[in-house]
Design a protein around this ligand. Structure first.
Ligand SMILES: [Fe+2]
Length: 163
């Protein structure tokens, strides 16, 4: 198995990051999340050892932390709400979800290292991954709504990120 623990966050992603590096890191993030989902979906008789699952949860959390920090440093939420101030509550909610998602992953990782049942951990992991997908889709929707506003349209349309 590829070593996961020492890889994330060796380098901060920012506006100076070469696109190829950004793309590689993004692909690694989604590869890690996909593997984690596969592990969490295994039937009880084929469950991964708790320590291995915990290492994957931790790797996913670290890569996500880097991804969220990049999103926040890029201040895309700032530009979205500058274009359409009414979106600020949605942007604030999305930003707060970053910390919540990381916290949930840290909790399940700690649980796995202190005896949490694999079935319970797997259920939690799958729920967090679903929440992450919802979060990413809501961010994309926010950006689309702000871009439409920037073009002079789209007043008052769309659903909230909490929907
Ligand atoms: Fe995000």
């Amino acid at each position: 198995m590829k070593q996961l623990d020492d890889e994330p966050q060796r380098m901060v992603l920012d506006e100076h990051t070469h696109y190829a590096e950004f793309a590689r890191r993004h692909a690694e993030l989604w590869d890690t999340l996909t593997r984690l989902r596969t592990m969490a979906r295994r039937p009880p008789e084929a469950q991964t050892e708790a320590a291995v699952l915990a290492a994957h949860v931790d790797a996913a959390r670290q890569r996500l932390a880097s991804h969220f920090a990049f999103e926040e440093r890029g201040e895309y939420l700032f530009y979205a709400t500058a274009a359409r101030p009414s979106l600020k509550p949605v942007a604030d909610l999305l930003r707060s979800q970053h910390g919540e998602i990381l916290h949930e992953l840290a909790d399940v990782c700690a649980g796995l290292r202190s005896g949490l049942a694999l079935s319970e951990a797997s259920t939690t992991i799958l729920r967090v991954l679903e929440r992450l997908i919802d979060h990413e889709l809501d961010e994309r929707q926010l950006l689309q709504r702000s871009q439409v506003a920037g073009l002079g349209g789209g007043k008052g349309r769309g659903r909230s990120a909490a929907a």
